[in-house]
Design a protein around this ligand. Structure first.
Ligand code: NAD
Ligand code: MG
Length: 299
């Protein structure tokens, strides 16, 4: 994967690979290093400017995809980082821990299933303990499984998608907020699907609408404490979520061709907005949703 420095001016249309991509099924949750081409999470390219110096960050889904890109960027901006992921993703998580430690920052890996409220509480408590505080929460973990028909959508799948994407985010915010100081920030992850739902994502799309509404409501509730809450809404990004069942393999072959840029985003291209919304640079912004969509603009 060609990895461009994020400051080099160039044509965004040709900056990264375009479809067609090979079919590449993987069992859920999927591993980044098994993807072809391997995604760019900014490993070779992201340059920090000290924007998060001394910050203490918890990132869910920090092993791969957009969460890994945020983890690398947060560490290079000076933060200590806890990542959460599923036990099956340990090899991806190990890679991220090495990258964070290479920056001289503390990295703590806490695997576990966010569908459990008890685990979500324990994760926050452990992150707070290991980092000696918690002032940055990036909720990036998510689950997506494409299905052609409502007839095939089981209550179990509907429940699992809402537990992972919505309930876990609620449980983590609830546990984290009492521990977070004035100036702390929360960055949640929605999707273009909140606004332009695909016919195959009948359970996933409404979880992303729920995240938008929850985050806007929460932003108003916690602003008096000097805490800000914002949302990133990505378009199609080249991550294991998509190749391990988030889309059918036919869609993976053409993945990204539907947006004006005619290519998927690479996780590295999401990192700067996660940094901006986490840092004091975005001090006058809360309750907002930022699209990173390859030109498929949010309403
Ligand atoms: P990804 O597969 O790399 O990351 C998702 C992560 O969610 C996994 O790495 C896994 O650790 C975590 N996860 C899933 N179920 C979990 C559970 N039960 N317990 C703990 N962790 C769990 O894929 P990604 O695309 O980087 O996804 C990150 C976020 O971006 C998700 O919220 C996703 O909905 C959102 N998003 C992705 C796209 C895209 O096109 N890739 C588009 C819009 C939004
Ligand atoms: Mg993963």
């Amino acid at each position: 994967m060609a990895s461009a420095n994020q400051f080099d001016m160039q044509n965004p249309l040709t900056q990264y690979p375009r479809p067609d991509f090979p079919k590449q099924p993987q069992p859920v949750p999927g591993l980044a290093n098994k993807m072809q081409p391997v995604p760019d999470h900014g490993e070779e390219s992201y340059r920090g400017l000290g924007r998060l110096t001394g910050r203490k960050a918890l990132i869910t889904g920090g092993d791969s995809g957009i969460g890994r890109a945020a983890a690398i960027a947060y560490a290079r901006e000076g933060a200590d980082v806890v990542i959460n992921y599923l036990p099956e993703e340990q090899s991806d998580a190990d890679d991220v821990v090495k990258l964070i430690e290479a920056e001289g920052r503390k990295a703590v890996a806490i695997p576990g299933d966010l569908k459990s409220e008890a685990f979500c509480s324990e994760l926050v408590a452990r992150a707070h303990h290991e980092l000696g505080g918690l002032d940055l929460l990036a909720n990036v973990a998510g689950r997506q499984k494409a299905l052609d028909s409502i007839e095939d959508l089981t209550t179990e799948q509907f429940d699992e998608t809402f537990k992972t994407n919505v309930y876990a985010l609620f449980w983590i915010c609830k546990a984290a907020l009492p521990l977070m100081p004035t100036g702390a920030t929360i960055v949640n992850t929605a999707s273009i699907q909140a606004y332009q739902p695909s016919e195959t994502l009948l359970d996933y799309a409404p979880t992303k609408s729920a995240i938008v509404a929850f985050s806007k409501a929460l932003s108003k509730q916690v602003l008096p404490k000097g805490i800000r809450v914002n949302v990133v809404a990505p378009g199609p990004f080249w991550t294991p979520l998509q190749t391990s069942g988030g889309q059918t393999q036919d869609v993976i072959e053409k993945f990204g061709s539907e947006v004006p840029m005619k290519r998927p985003g690479q996780p590295a291209e999401c990192a700067p907005i996660y940094v901006f919304l986490a840092s004091q640079e975005s001090s006058y912004i809360t309750g907002e949703v930022f699209g990173v969509t390859g030109g498929n603009t949010l309403p």
